[in-house]
Design a binder for this molecule. Structure first.
Ligand code: NAP
Length: 353
Protein backbone atom coordinates (compact mmCIF):
# COMPACT_ATOMS: atom_id res chain seq x y z
CA UNK A 1 0.00 0.00 0.00
CA UNK A 2 1.23 3.45 -0.77
CA UNK A 3 -0.90 5.52 1.50
CA UNK A 4 -0.76 8.83 3.24
CA UNK A 5 -3.66 8.95 5.63
CA UNK A 6 -4.63 10.29 8.99
CA UNK A 7 -8.04 8.95 9.92
CA UNK A 8 -9.91 6.06 8.40
CA UNK A 9 -13.07 8.20 8.19
CA UNK A 10 -11.32 11.01 6.35
CA UNK A 11 -8.10 9.63 5.02
CA UNK A 12 -7.07 12.51 2.84
CA UNK A 13 -7.92 15.42 5.08
CA UNK A 14 -5.42 18.14 5.74
CA UNK A 15 -3.33 17.62 8.86
CA UNK A 16 -4.04 21.21 9.77
CA UNK A 17 -7.82 21.20 9.33
CA UNK A 18 -8.50 21.12 13.04
CA UNK A 19 -6.25 24.05 13.76
CA UNK A 20 -7.60 27.56 13.78
CA UNK A 21 -5.54 29.78 11.58
CA UNK A 22 -5.55 32.92 9.56
CA UNK A 23 -5.50 31.87 5.94
CA UNK A 24 -4.80 35.36 4.65
CA UNK A 25 -1.79 35.78 6.85
CA UNK A 26 -0.58 32.31 6.03
CA UNK A 27 -0.86 32.89 2.31
CA UNK A 28 1.08 36.13 2.62
CA UNK A 29 4.31 34.30 3.39
CA UNK A 30 7.00 34.88 0.83
CA UNK A 31 9.61 32.42 -0.37
CA UNK A 32 12.65 31.94 1.83
CA UNK A 33 14.94 33.22 -0.91
CA UNK A 34 13.51 36.68 -0.35
CA UNK A 35 16.10 37.77 2.20
CA UNK A 36 14.08 40.62 3.70
CA UNK A 37 11.14 38.36 4.49
CA UNK A 38 13.14 35.64 6.21
CA UNK A 39 12.20 35.40 9.86
CA UNK A 40 13.75 33.52 12.71
CA UNK A 41 12.05 30.37 13.90
CA UNK A 42 12.30 31.84 17.38
CA UNK A 43 10.16 34.75 16.31
CA UNK A 44 6.74 33.94 17.82
CA UNK A 45 4.88 36.17 15.42
CA UNK A 46 6.38 34.40 12.42
CA UNK A 47 6.29 30.90 13.85
CA UNK A 48 2.52 30.86 14.39
CA UNK A 49 2.13 30.93 10.60
CA UNK A 50 4.72 28.26 9.92
CA UNK A 51 3.82 24.70 9.04
CA UNK A 52 6.46 22.01 9.02
CA UNK A 53 5.79 18.60 7.53
CA UNK A 54 8.34 15.86 8.21
CA UNK A 55 8.49 12.87 5.89
CA UNK A 56 9.65 10.34 8.49
CA UNK A 57 8.89 11.36 12.09
CA UNK A 58 11.73 9.24 13.45
CA UNK A 59 14.50 10.09 15.90
CA UNK A 60 15.53 13.40 14.34
CA UNK A 61 12.04 14.26 13.15
CA UNK A 62 10.60 14.01 16.65
CA UNK A 63 13.39 15.97 18.30
CA UNK A 64 13.18 18.72 15.73
CA UNK A 65 9.39 18.66 15.65
CA UNK A 66 9.28 19.03 19.45
CA UNK A 67 11.50 22.08 19.31
CA UNK A 68 9.30 23.64 16.66
CA UNK A 69 6.01 22.98 18.46
CA UNK A 70 7.49 24.78 21.48
CA UNK A 71 7.95 27.74 19.13
CA UNK A 72 4.26 27.53 18.12
CA UNK A 73 4.91 25.87 14.78
CA UNK A 74 2.34 23.45 13.46
CA UNK A 75 4.13 20.17 12.87
CA UNK A 76 2.89 17.20 10.87
CA UNK A 77 4.62 14.17 9.50
CA UNK A 78 4.56 10.52 8.61
CA UNK A 79 5.21 7.13 10.17
CA UNK A 80 4.48 3.55 9.11
CA UNK A 81 2.32 2.07 11.83
CA UNK A 82 -0.97 2.91 13.48
CA UNK A 83 0.50 2.38 16.96
CA UNK A 84 3.21 4.90 16.27
CA UNK A 85 0.75 7.30 14.68
CA UNK A 86 -1.27 7.32 17.92
CA UNK A 87 1.86 7.90 19.95
CA UNK A 88 2.90 10.80 17.73
CA UNK A 89 -0.58 12.33 17.94
CA UNK A 90 -0.34 12.21 21.73
CA UNK A 91 2.94 14.07 21.44
CA UNK A 92 1.14 16.84 19.58
CA UNK A 93 2.04 16.01 15.98
CA UNK A 94 -0.39 15.69 13.08
CA UNK A 95 0.73 12.19 12.26
CA UNK A 96 -0.10 10.37 9.02
CA UNK A 97 0.45 6.83 7.92
CA UNK A 98 2.72 6.42 4.95
CA UNK A 99 3.46 2.90 3.83
CA UNK A 100 4.67 1.41 0.58
CA UNK A 101 2.78 -1.80 0.10
CA UNK A 102 -0.06 -0.94 -2.28
CA UNK A 103 -0.29 -0.55 -6.00
CA UNK A 104 -3.01 2.04 -5.54
CA UNK A 105 -0.70 4.89 -6.31
CA UNK A 106 -3.39 6.78 -8.16
CA UNK A 107 -5.37 7.06 -4.95
CA UNK A 108 -2.50 8.64 -3.21
CA UNK A 109 -3.43 12.00 -1.93
CA UNK A 110 -0.74 14.27 -0.72
CA UNK A 111 -3.23 17.07 -0.19
CA UNK A 112 -2.03 17.59 3.36
CA UNK A 113 1.14 18.99 1.84
CA UNK A 114 -0.63 21.87 0.16
CA UNK A 115 -0.44 24.12 3.18
CA UNK A 116 3.03 23.37 4.41
CA UNK A 117 5.59 26.14 4.43
CA UNK A 118 8.53 23.88 5.32
CA UNK A 119 9.21 20.29 4.29
CA UNK A 120 11.86 18.09 5.89
CA UNK A 121 12.66 14.78 4.21
CA UNK A 122 13.91 12.59 7.03
CA UNK A 123 13.42 9.07 5.73
CA UNK A 124 16.00 6.90 3.97
CA UNK A 125 15.74 5.69 0.39
CA UNK A 126 14.79 2.07 -0.23
CA UNK A 127 17.54 0.12 -1.96
CA UNK A 128 16.26 -1.16 -5.30
CA UNK A 129 13.27 1.17 -5.20
CA UNK A 130 14.34 4.73 -4.50
CA UNK A 131 12.85 7.47 -2.40
CA UNK A 132 9.61 6.26 -0.75
CA UNK A 133 7.49 8.98 -2.36
CA UNK A 134 9.38 10.31 -5.38
CA UNK A 135 9.73 7.14 -7.34
CA UNK A 136 5.98 6.65 -7.48
CA UNK A 137 4.42 10.06 -7.33
CA UNK A 138 6.83 12.91 -7.87
CA UNK A 139 4.30 14.67 -10.12
CA UNK A 140 1.52 14.53 -7.51
CA UNK A 141 3.90 15.70 -4.83
CA UNK A 142 5.08 18.61 -6.94
CA UNK A 143 1.57 19.68 -7.81
CA UNK A 144 0.65 19.69 -4.09
CA UNK A 145 3.73 21.67 -3.15
CA UNK A 146 3.68 23.99 -6.13
CA UNK A 147 1.16 26.57 -4.89
CA UNK A 148 3.68 29.07 -3.54
CA UNK A 149 3.35 28.20 0.16
CA UNK A 150 6.56 26.21 0.42
CA UNK A 151 9.55 28.28 1.52
CA UNK A 152 12.05 25.69 2.67
CA UNK A 153 12.85 22.15 1.61
CA UNK A 154 15.54 20.13 3.31
CA UNK A 155 16.80 16.64 2.56
CA UNK A 156 18.55 14.78 5.37
CA UNK A 157 21.16 12.69 3.60
CA UNK A 158 24.27 10.98 4.95
CA UNK A 159 28.06 11.18 4.81
CA UNK A 160 27.94 7.68 3.31
CA UNK A 161 27.67 9.28 -0.16
CA UNK A 162 31.42 10.06 -0.11
CA UNK A 163 32.32 6.38 -0.09
CA UNK A 164 35.84 5.35 0.91
CA UNK A 165 38.39 8.17 0.98
CA UNK A 166 41.56 6.58 2.45
CA UNK A 167 41.27 8.55 5.67
CA UNK A 168 41.29 11.92 3.87
CA UNK A 169 39.53 15.00 5.19
CA UNK A 170 36.39 15.35 3.15
CA UNK A 171 34.45 18.56 2.58
CA UNK A 172 31.32 19.10 0.51
CA UNK A 173 33.32 19.63 -2.70
CA UNK A 174 34.88 16.18 -2.40
CA UNK A 175 33.39 14.08 -5.18
CA UNK A 176 30.71 11.70 -3.98
CA UNK A 177 31.72 8.17 -4.87
CA UNK A 178 29.43 5.72 -3.11
CA UNK A 179 30.17 2.03 -3.45
CA UNK A 180 27.52 0.44 -1.25
CA UNK A 181 24.01 0.04 -2.67
CA UNK A 182 22.48 2.01 0.22
CA UNK A 183 24.89 4.91 -0.34
CA UNK A 184 24.22 4.89 -4.08
CA UNK A 185 20.48 5.02 -3.36
CA UNK A 186 21.13 7.92 -0.97
CA UNK A 187 23.00 9.93 -3.58
CA UNK A 188 20.28 9.25 -6.15
CA UNK A 189 17.64 10.42 -3.66
CA UNK A 190 19.61 13.61 -2.97
CA UNK A 191 19.58 14.37 -6.69
CA UNK A 192 15.89 13.61 -7.00
CA UNK A 193 15.02 16.05 -4.20
CA UNK A 194 17.33 18.69 -5.68
CA UNK A 195 15.41 18.35 -8.93
CA UNK A 196 12.07 18.66 -7.08
CA UNK A 197 13.33 21.94 -5.58
CA UNK A 198 14.49 23.07 -8.97
CA UNK A 199 11.09 22.33 -10.52
CA UNK A 200 9.32 24.17 -7.70
CA UNK A 201 11.71 27.11 -7.62
CA UNK A 202 12.51 26.46 -3.95
CA UNK A 203 16.15 26.07 -2.86
CA UNK A 204 16.86 22.64 -1.38
CA UNK A 205 19.18 22.32 1.59
CA UNK A 206 20.97 19.00 1.72
CA UNK A 207 22.38 18.06 5.11
CA UNK A 208 24.78 15.13 5.34
CA UNK A 209 24.93 14.04 8.99
CA UNK A 210 27.36 11.54 10.44
CA UNK A 211 26.07 8.91 12.89
CA UNK A 212 23.31 10.58 14.89
CA UNK A 213 23.15 9.97 18.62
CA UNK A 214 21.23 11.50 21.50
CA UNK A 215 19.06 10.65 24.50
CA UNK A 216 17.71 7.11 24.05
CA UNK A 217 20.10 6.30 21.21
CA UNK A 218 23.77 6.35 22.12
CA UNK A 219 26.71 4.16 23.13
CA UNK A 220 25.38 4.46 26.69
CA UNK A 221 22.09 2.83 25.67
CA UNK A 222 23.84 0.10 23.68
CA UNK A 223 25.99 -0.83 26.66
CA UNK A 224 23.17 -0.65 29.19
CA UNK A 225 20.89 -2.79 27.04
CA UNK A 226 23.78 -5.15 26.27
CA UNK A 227 22.70 -5.01 22.64
CA UNK A 228 24.44 -7.35 20.26
CA UNK A 229 26.12 -5.43 17.46
CA UNK A 230 24.91 -5.91 13.91
CA UNK A 231 27.42 -6.85 11.20
CA UNK A 232 27.38 -3.23 10.00
CA UNK A 233 28.11 -1.95 13.49
CA UNK A 234 30.96 -4.47 13.82
CA UNK A 235 32.46 -3.18 10.59
CA UNK A 236 32.18 0.36 11.89
CA UNK A 237 33.87 -0.73 15.13
CA UNK A 238 36.96 -1.45 13.11
CA UNK A 239 37.34 2.07 11.76
CA UNK A 240 39.86 4.59 12.96
CA UNK A 241 37.51 7.46 12.12
CA UNK A 242 33.78 7.67 12.56
CA UNK A 243 31.85 10.88 12.10
CA UNK A 244 29.01 11.52 14.46
CA UNK A 245 26.74 14.30 15.61
CA UNK A 246 24.47 14.86 18.59
CA UNK A 247 20.80 15.21 17.64
CA UNK A 248 20.67 18.66 19.29
CA UNK A 249 23.32 19.81 16.84
CA UNK A 250 21.44 18.32 13.89
CA UNK A 251 18.48 20.43 15.06
CA UNK A 252 20.75 23.48 15.31
CA UNK A 253 21.90 22.96 11.72
CA UNK A 254 18.32 22.54 10.54
CA UNK A 255 17.26 25.74 12.30
CA UNK A 256 20.22 27.58 10.86
CA UNK A 257 19.25 26.67 7.30
CA UNK A 258 15.81 28.13 8.01
CA UNK A 259 17.16 31.28 9.62
CA UNK A 260 20.12 31.95 7.36
CA UNK A 261 19.13 32.78 3.81
CA UNK A 262 20.80 30.17 1.68
CA UNK A 263 20.76 29.45 -2.02
CA UNK A 264 20.37 25.77 -1.23
CA UNK A 265 23.69 24.15 -0.48
CA UNK A 266 25.08 20.89 0.81
CA UNK A 267 26.35 20.85 4.38
CA UNK A 268 28.18 18.14 6.28
CA UNK A 269 26.74 17.92 9.78
CA UNK A 270 29.34 16.30 12.01
CA UNK A 271 31.17 17.19 15.20
CA UNK A 272 34.87 18.09 15.53
CA UNK A 273 36.14 14.67 16.57
CA UNK A 274 35.81 11.68 14.23
CA UNK A 275 37.01 9.33 16.98
CA UNK A 276 36.83 5.54 16.61
CA UNK A 277 33.74 3.92 18.06
CA UNK A 278 35.78 1.79 20.45
CA UNK A 279 37.07 4.96 22.09
CA UNK A 280 33.51 6.23 22.40
CA UNK A 281 32.33 2.96 23.93
CA UNK A 282 35.24 2.91 26.38
CA UNK A 283 34.31 6.42 27.51
CA UNK A 284 30.62 5.50 27.74
CA UNK A 285 31.49 2.47 29.90
CA UNK A 286 33.53 4.70 32.23
CA UNK A 287 30.63 7.12 32.57
CA UNK A 288 28.19 4.35 33.42
CA UNK A 289 30.58 2.73 35.86
CA UNK A 290 31.12 6.05 37.59
CA UNK A 291 27.40 6.70 37.97
CA UNK A 292 26.29 3.10 38.69
CA UNK A 293 29.42 1.23 39.83
CA UNK A 294 29.77 -2.48 39.04
CA UNK A 295 26.60 -2.75 36.98
CA UNK A 296 27.90 -3.28 33.47
CA UNK A 297 29.22 -6.54 32.12
CA UNK A 298 31.60 -6.72 29.16
CA UNK A 299 31.29 -3.98 26.54
CA UNK A 300 29.60 -5.30 23.39
CA UNK A 301 32.48 -3.83 21.41
CA UNK A 302 35.40 -5.39 23.27
CA UNK A 303 38.13 -6.51 20.90
CA UNK A 304 36.41 -5.41 17.71
CA UNK A 305 38.79 -2.55 17.03
CA UNK A 306 41.93 -4.66 17.18
CA UNK A 307 40.40 -7.53 15.18
CA UNK A 308 39.03 -5.40 12.41
CA UNK A 309 41.53 -2.57 12.28
CA UNK A 310 43.57 -3.81 9.33
CA UNK A 311 40.51 -4.84 7.38
CA UNK A 312 39.00 -1.37 7.62
CA UNK A 313 42.08 0.68 6.84
CA UNK A 314 41.83 2.49 3.53
CA UNK A 315 38.04 2.64 3.67
CA UNK A 316 37.78 5.70 5.84
CA UNK A 317 37.22 9.42 5.88
CA UNK A 318 37.28 12.35 8.24
CA UNK A 319 34.36 14.59 7.44
CA UNK A 320 34.85 18.36 7.70
CA UNK A 321 32.25 20.64 9.29
CA UNK A 322 33.90 23.93 8.28
CA UNK A 323 31.17 24.99 5.84
CA UNK A 324 28.41 24.39 8.40
CA UNK A 325 30.25 26.56 10.92
CA UNK A 326 31.29 29.31 8.51
CA UNK A 327 28.19 29.63 6.36
CA UNK A 328 25.47 28.75 8.84
CA UNK A 329 27.19 30.06 11.97
CA UNK A 330 26.50 26.84 13.86
CA UNK A 331 28.29 26.70 17.22
CA UNK A 332 28.23 23.05 18.21
CA UNK A 333 26.63 22.28 21.57
CA UNK A 334 28.60 19.03 21.59
CA UNK A 335 31.86 19.38 19.65
CA UNK A 336 32.94 15.90 20.79
CA UNK A 337 31.28 12.65 21.87
CA UNK A 338 32.56 13.34 25.39
CA UNK A 339 30.39 16.38 25.90
CA UNK A 340 27.46 14.68 24.16
CA UNK A 341 27.56 11.54 26.31
CA UNK A 342 28.17 13.47 29.54
CA UNK A 343 25.09 15.51 28.77
CA UNK A 344 22.97 12.42 28.04
CA UNK A 345 23.96 10.52 31.19
CA UNK A 346 23.18 13.52 33.40
CA UNK A 347 19.45 13.11 32.81
CA UNK A 348 19.36 9.30 32.54
CA UNK A 349 17.23 7.50 35.08
CA UNK A 350 18.77 4.48 36.81
CA UNK A 351 18.40 1.64 34.27
CA UNK A 352 19.52 -0.98 36.84
CA UNK A 353 16.58 -1.41 39.21
N1 NAP B 1 20.69 7.70 12.51
C1 NAP B 1 21.84 7.95 11.94
O1 NAP B 1 22.90 7.67 12.49
C2 NAP B 1 21.86 8.63 10.59
C3 NAP B 1 23.10 9.01 10.04
C4 NAP B 1 23.10 9.64 8.80
C5 NAP B 1 21.91 9.86 8.12
N2 NAP B 1 20.73 9.45 8.68
C6 NAP B 1 19.49 9.70 7.94
O2 NAP B 1 18.84 10.85 8.46
C7 NAP B 1 17.41 10.66 8.38
C8 NAP B 1 16.81 10.75 9.78
O3 NAP B 1 17.50 9.84 10.63
P1 NAP B 1 16.80 9.22 11.91
O4 NAP B 1 17.89 8.72 12.76
O5 NAP B 1 15.80 10.17 12.47
O6 NAP B 1 16.04 7.98 11.25
P2 NAP B 1 14.95 7.03 11.95
O7 NAP B 1 14.87 7.26 13.41
O8 NAP B 1 15.24 5.66 11.47
O9 NAP B 1 13.57 7.53 11.29
C9 NAP B 1 13.29 7.32 9.94
C10 NAP B 1 11.84 7.71 9.66
O10 NAP B 1 11.54 7.37 8.30
C11 NAP B 1 10.43 6.48 8.25
N3 NAP B 1 10.71 5.51 7.20
C12 NAP B 1 11.79 4.72 7.07
N4 NAP B 1 11.72 4.00 5.93
C13 NAP B 1 10.56 4.35 5.34
C14 NAP B 1 9.90 3.94 4.14
N5 NAP B 1 10.43 3.04 3.33
N6 NAP B 1 8.71 4.51 3.83
C15 NAP B 1 8.16 5.41 4.65
N7 NAP B 1 8.73 5.84 5.80
C16 NAP B 1 9.91 5.33 6.13
C17 NAP B 1 10.36 5.82 9.62
O11 NAP B 1 9.03 5.41 9.86
P3 NAP B 1 8.61 4.77 11.28
O12 NAP B 1 8.55 5.94 12.22
O13 NAP B 1 7.26 4.18 11.08
O14 NAP B 1 9.67 3.79 11.61
C18 NAP B 1 10.82 6.97 10.52
O15 NAP B 1 9.73 7.84 10.78
C19 NAP B 1 17.19 9.30 7.72
O16 NAP B 1 17.10 9.44 6.34
C20 NAP B 1 18.47 8.58 8.08
O17 NAP B 1 18.74 7.50 7.19
C21 NAP B 1 20.68 8.84 9.89
Amino acid sequence: MLELSKLSTSPWSSPFNHLSRDRVRFRSLKPLCNVERVRSIDDDDASSANRMFILGLGFVGQFFGNQLTKQNWHVGGTCRSEIKRHRLEKMGFDAHLFTNDTEETKNLSLSCLEEVTHLLVSWPPIVGFGDPVLDRCQDVLQSRLGNGNLQWLCYLSSTSVYGDCNGAWVDEDYPANPKKASAKARLAAENRWLSVGNNLGVPVQVLRPGGIYGPGRSALDTIIKQEILTENQRMREARRYTSRIHVDDVCQALKATIDVPSPGRIYNVVDDDPAPRTEVFAFASELIDKKWPGKIKASPTAGAYRQGHERAEGGEKRVSNVRMKNDLGVKLLHPTYRSGLEDIIKTMENPFP
